[in-house]
Write a protein that binds this ligand. Structure first.
Ligand SMILES: O=C(O)CCC(=O)C(=O)O
Length: 330
C-alpha cells in the first residue's frame, strides 16, 4: 500500500483554512502580547513645515524618545492612500493560486526582492510570522515595475534626511550625500489574516528595519503595531491618513546611535484581518557606512558605535530572520 503523503499547507491563508490551531512553527514561546498606552502622545509632525523651529523640535523629541514620528501634510492625497490600500485588499483576497503567479521563490528559495512572499523560511527552527507580503521595487523609478506608483512626493526621503541632519548640527546634505545612486525604495504590502491564537502568534516578530527610513501606512481600523522602549511594549496609535515614519538601522549607525532605530512588532487579531504598507528606503548594500565624525563627540559617552555592513542588515530586514541589529555590528 502506498504511504500516505501529508500535504503541508504553505501560506497563512491555507493554514488558517485547514486547521483550527496554528501549527507549532508559528508559536512564539512565552509570548507576552500585552502593551501599554504611550505615556505621552507621539509627536505629529507637519512635513510641510519642517524648517520651522517648532516642527523641528517635535521631530527631535519624537526621534529622541521613540525613533519614529507621525507625519501629517505629507503630500499624499487621501484618495491615493485609500486606493493603495484597496488595491492591496484586492490582491490579498484573491485565491492563493492567483497570488502564486507572482511568487518570488523557486524551490523554496527567494530569487528576487520583488513578488508575493508567504514564507520566511530561514532556518529550520525559525518561528514563522502570521502574514503574507507583496513586495515591489518603487525606486529608482526606472527600475520600478509598478507603473502607477505615485511619484509625489518624490523627495520624501531627502526631506526627512535633511531635517535629521539639521537636528544633529551636520550639513543639511550630509546624509543625502552619503547615499549612492544605487539606493532604492521597496514597498512591502503586508496582510495579516485573522488568527485563532493571538496569544501565541505574532503577525511580525520583533525587529528593527535595516535601511535608512521606513514610511508606514498602517491600517486605520485595526491596530496591532507595537514599539519597544526600555524593555516595554507600547501600542502605536493609528491616525487616519497619517504616516508613521521610523528611523532604520543604517541611519542609526550614521548618526552614531543618538537617534535609535526602534524595535517593533505586530500582534495578531482573532477576528479581523489587517493591512499595512511599508516603504523602505535602503542604501546600496555594498557601501560601508559609519558614524558622521562630529557625532562621536556629541554622545555623552563619546562612543563610536562602529561600522556597518548594510548588505546583511538589508537581507535581514527583508527576511526577518535575524535576531536584531545588535548582533550584526562589528
Ligand atoms: O504592519 C505594520 O504595522 C508594521 C509592518 C512592519 O513592521 C514591517 O513591514 O517591517
Amino acid at each position: 500500500m502506498a504511504a500516505s503523503v501529508t500535504v503541508v499547507p504553505k501560506t497563512v491563508q491555507e493554514v488558517a483554512a485547514a486547521v483550527e490551531e496554528p501549527p507549532s512553527r508559528y508559536l512564539q514561546p512565552e509570548l507576552d502580547r500585552h502593551a501599554g498606552e504611550m505615556p505621552e502622545p507621539i509627536p505629529l509632525v507637519d512635513l510641510s513645515r519642517l524648517t520651522d523651529a517648532d516642527e523641528a523640535d517635535k521631530l527631535h523629541t519624537a526621534l529622541n524618545t521613540w525613533g519614529f514620528f507621525l507625519a501629517t501634510n505629507h503630500g499624499i492625497e487621501d484618495s491615493l492612500m485609500d486606493a493603495m490600500m484597496s488595491a492591496s485588499r484586492e490582491f490579498f483576497r484573491q485565491p492563493v493560486e492567483e497570488k502564486q503567479k507572482c511568487i518570488n521563490m523557486v524551490e523554496g528559495r527567494p530569487f528576487d526582492v520583488e513578488g508575493y512572499v508567504h514564507d520566511q523560511l530561514g532556518t529550520q527552527d525559525q518561528i514563522l510570522d502570521w502574514n503574507q507580503q507583496l513586495r515591489l521595487r518603487v525606486e529608482p523609478q526606472e527600475e520600478s515595475n509598478f507603473a502607477i506608483w505615485p511619484s509625489c512626493p518624490e523627495s520624501f526621503r531627502d526631506l526627512v534626511l535633511r531635517s535629521i541632519a539639521n537636528l544633529l548640527e551636520l550639513d543639511d546634505d550630509y546624509f543625502v550625500d552619503q547615499i549612492s545612486e544605487n539606493a532604492s525604495g521597496i514597498a512591502r504590502f503586508n496582510y495579516y489574516h485573522p488568527c485563532s491564537r493571538p496569544d501565541l502568534v505574532l503577525g511580525f516578530k520583533s525587529h528593527s528595519d535595516g535601511g535608512l527610513l521606513t514610511i508606514l501606512f498602517v491600517d486605520q481600523d485595526v491596530g496591532g503595531l507595537q514599539v519597544q522602549k526600555d524593555g516595554k511594549w507600547y501600542n502605536v496609535p493609528a491616525k487616519p491618513y497619517t504616516l508613521v515614519i521610523n528611523l532604520a538601522d543604517c541611519l542609526e549607525i550614521m548618526n552614531n546611535g543618538i537617534f535609535r532605530s526602534p524595535i517593533h512588532r505586530v500582534v495578531t487579531n482573532a477576528e479581523k484581518e489587517r493591512f499595512s504598507l511599508a516603504i523602505f528606503y535602503v542604501v546600496d548594500g555594498e557601501t560601508t557606512l559609519e558614524p558622521a565624525p562630529g557625532l562621536v563627540w556629541m554622545r555623552s559617552d563619546h562612543q563610536d558605535i562602529g561600522k556597518l555592513r548594510p548588505r546583511i542588515l538589508l537581507m535581514g530586514s527583508l527576511n526577518i530572520s535575524v535576531k536584531g541589529r545588535d548582533s550584526l555590528r562589528h
